[in-house]
Every structure is written in C-alpha cells, then in structure tokens.
Write a protein that binds this ligand. Structure first.
Ligand code: ADP
Ligand code: MG
Length: 444
C-alpha cells in the first residue's frame, strides 16, 4: 500500500497542481491497514479539507493504479493506536519556499530556466524571457507570450520571476494569474480598500500576469488593470503577460488594452517537435531519477498528446505503473499504461463497444452479454468489458449491469486480466489498439 501511495504521488501532483500538492498531499502519511489505505493527516481541519477537495481524486488514482477499487480513509494522526509510530506533526500546511518569494503571488520552485528545454518551437519566447530577466523594463516591454495549454508559458514566467529575484535583491516582483488579480480587486472593492490595492500594485518593479485571456469580458478588472499597466509602464517597470491566444484573438478585450499588449514583444510557443519531446522526457526522467530507455521514450512520444503536460503525465503514469507492479518500464508496459489515458476523452458508449467487439469475433451481442462460459465467448466479453472501462469510462457496477447483470467483481477481474495479457502479449495489444482506433473514430 505504501508503495502504491508513493507511486500515486506524481499523478496526484499532476491532478491537483503543484501548490495544492505541496500544501495538502505531500504532508500526508500513508499506512496499510488491513487492505485499506489509511491516510494520516495532522488535524481535523486538514481532514475535512482533504476529504472534501481531494478524496475522490485520490481514490480514483490509487484504484486505477492498483487495478481494483481501493478503500481510502483519511484519519487524524492522533487517533491512531498508541503503539504505532506517529507521523511528524505538520504545523504549517504550506512549507516555506526555498527561494525568495515574490511580493505578490507564489512561484513553483522548479520552474526555472535550467529545467526548461529549448528548441525551435519555443526559442523566441525563451530568449525574450531571458532578456527580460537580464534587463527588466529596458528592451522589451511589455512581453506577451502566447501558446496552447501545457506548452510552458507558466514555467517560463516563473523562471523570469526566479531569475529577477535571484539577481536583484531589492526587486519587488508580482507573479500571479490574471484571475488572482481580479480576485484581489474584488476584495479591495468590497472592503473599500482601493487605495491600498493601487499602492500595492504600483509599487512593484515587475508585474507578471499569467493567462490574461481570463480578463475577457471582465470590464471593471480590465479598467483597473489598464491603469495599473500605465502606471508601471510609465515608470519603466517590466510587464510580462501570457495568454492562450494572441492579443487580437482575445474577444472581449478592450481595444486600448489590446493595443498596449501589442505594443511590445509578442512571442508564441508551438507544440514541441519530436526531438524536443524526447529531450524533455529525458530531462524530466533524469530530474526524477527515473531510468528511461530509448524504446520506452519512443512509446511515450508516440502515444501522448502534443503538449508537454501530457508528455509528463504519460511518463509519470508509466513509471507509477511499473513501480506498483514491481516491473521494469518496458515498451509493452508503456503501451498498455497509455492505452486509455493518453488521448483525449471521448464518449464511446458501452453499447457501441459491445457491437464492435461482437462483430470482430463473429458473435451476436446477445452471446456477448449471455452467461455462456466457453472461451470463444468469454474472452471477447472480457475484451468488451475492458474497453468499456477504459474508453467509455463506465463504472464497474454499470458495466456489470450492461453485461447481463453480473457481479461487478467479474468486471474488475476481466479488466485486470486483459490489462495483464495486453502487457504480455503483443497480439492482444495489437487487437486492442485496432479496436480503440475504430471506436475513437466513431466517437467523433
Ligand atoms: P502552460 O502554462 O503553457 O499551460 P506550463 O508552463 O504549465 O504550461 O507547462 C506544463 C508542464 O510542462 C509543466 O510541468 C512544465 O514544467 C512543462 N514544460 C513545458 N514546456 C517545457 C519545456 N520546454 N521544458 C521542460 N518542461 C516544460
Ligand atoms: Mg499556464
């Protein structure tokens, strides 16, 4: 169980985000308690927070990894029996950041320049970010970075902030999502503290605002931001903005803000090339101490989506699965681990899956859902159950219901056994890949 927990950690980090992870998930201690996963937390407040916000995600993640539903309980550490070693009490949920913190906002510690892999698709953005860190407010102002989700915008602006704070001890940096800017503004308006708000933002030396597309349609926030922008810009303070699209494509953005945004350097980031994706994988694996063969890296690159975030997710998933099963990260394992997860979610129904599988095996749907036990029927049935779980993302009981009202443990067993065969027999993997492709085609 404890191995399962440590394997689940990188996945949870992805699911809940860096900040929640270090504040809430990392301090948890995990114990095995008669087949249950027992998570010990330092206080009642912590317990209710975790239960409310993260328990479903935790349960799903460990269940997926172990291949069977897991019972997860969150308990307060002092409730544990006295003979057991108590976890170290965690006084503060948020550990102190190792580096200097920005004046406003928070940084992700490892989003730095030296962990960023540079290549043709992000070179301009990278160089702009470095130039800004070396000479803030001088050459490029504002800098506007845009590109799709998971391509490194947040990473780059964190790197800028780290570098500014490292080089200039007096520098006051604000690095925050545009949404937080708005929330701070709302609070200030409500509490009638607008002077304080303005002072706070106009006294900083660099304003780094992430995801400004969020400001679209938020007129009051845009107005306030416009004044903040002008005040800082007029004083030659550095401004860096990111967005998922270029300024001209943000509908609901006031013309005067758009022209400010377009007045500086605009750099876009595109999805990484194959070589870059391999280099990124290599870097992430090295940083995490994961041994990654070229063959496995190939599978990861082929089977995960185009963004770096998906690539990282794929690496973590395969690594976790290997750790749980106590095996090496083989290309086969990678392929099976990535089957259901690495591609966009879709909406194949269990019925469509039953149809396709019966066709493939020359059976009728009635045979497939019957209680007949011959191999010619039971193997296709298991395959259909597996696909229902991975592609239709139906629950075990829901699948059991649709396969002639069986017990859900039968479905769990089927899914697990196909998973195992898929990892071991390439013919099974090929067959599944073919059907997954067809089904995905139908889902569109
Ligand atoms: P965005 O803000 O553009 O949606 P992020 O900056 O959050 O994307 O990046 C998603 C993940 O991918 C992060 O973990 C980040 O460290 C990683 N990443 C993105 N681009 C690179 C890169 N060029 N080199 C290393 N890691 C990267
Ligand atoms: Mg981002």
């Amino acid at each position: 169980m404890e191995a399962l927990w440590s394997a689940a950690l990188p996945l949870l980090r992805q699911h809940v985000g860096e900040r929640n992870f270090s504040a809430w998930i990392e301090p948890i201690r995990c114990f095995d308690s008669e087949g249950e996963i027992r998570l010990e937390v330092p206080s009642r407040f912590y317990q209710s927070w975790i239960t409310r916000h993260f328990l479903p995600t935790i349960r799903d993640t460990v269940s997926e990894l172990s291949g069977a539903p897991c019972v997860v309980r969150v308990v307060v550490a002092t409730e544990s029996p006295p003979e057991r070693r108590l976890p170290q009490p965690v006084a503060e949920p948020i550990p102190p950041p190792p580096m200097r913190a920005p004046k406003i906002g928070q940084l992700v510690p490892n989003y730095t320049f030296d962990t960023f892999v540079v290549g043709a698709t992000n070179e301009v953005a990278f160089q702009a970010a470095q130039a800004v860190s070396a000479a803030p407010g001088k050459r490029f102002n504002p800098v506007f970075l845009h590109g799709g989700v998971g391509l490194g915008k947040t990473h780059l602006i964190n790197a800028i902030a780290h570098e500014l704070l490292r080089r200039r001890t007096r520098m006051q940096v604000a690095c925050l999502p545009a949404e937080s800017f708005m929330n701070l503004l709302i609070v200030a308006l409500k509490e009638d503290k607008m002077n304080g708000f303005r002072d706070r933002f106009r006294q900083i030396d660099a304003l780094i605002l992430d995801d400004v597309q969020f400001l679209a349609g938020k007129e009051r926030t845009q107005e306030e931001f416009f004044h903040t922008f002008n005040a800082l810009y007029g004083n030659e303070k550095q401004i860096v903005l990111t967005s998922d699209k270029p300024p001209a494509a943000i509908t609901g953005l006031e013309q005067r803000l758009r022209s400010r945004f377009e007045g500086g350097l605009i750099a876009d980031i595109h999805p990484p090339t194959r070589e870059m994706r391999l280099a990124i994988l290599r870097a992430k694996a090295d940083a995490a101490g994961i041994e990654l063969s070229a063959e496995v890296a190939d599978v990861l690159v082929q089977r995960s989506g185009t963004s770096v975030r998906e690539l990282e997710g794929a690496l973590n998933r395969v690594w976790a699965m290997a750790a749980v099963r106590g095996t090496q990260m083989t290309p086969e394992l990678a392929a099976s681990a990535l089957g259901p997860y690495a591609r966009p979610r879709n909406t194949v129904s269990v019925e469509i899956i039953q149809q396709l599988v019966s066709n493939k095996f020359g059976l009728s749907v009635a045979d497939l859902v019957s209680h007949r036990r011959e191999r010619e029927v039971s193997y296709p049935r298991q395959v259909a159950m597996y696909l229902s779980r991975t592609l239709a993302e139906a629950s075990f009981p829901a699948i059991a219901e649709k396969f002639g009202g069986r017990d859900h443990s039968t479905v769990m067993y089927a899914v697990r056994s196909i998973e195992m065969r898929r990892a071991q027999e390439s013919a099974v993997d090929q067959l599944l890949l073919g059907m997954e492709n067809e089904l995905r085609g139908q889902a569109r």
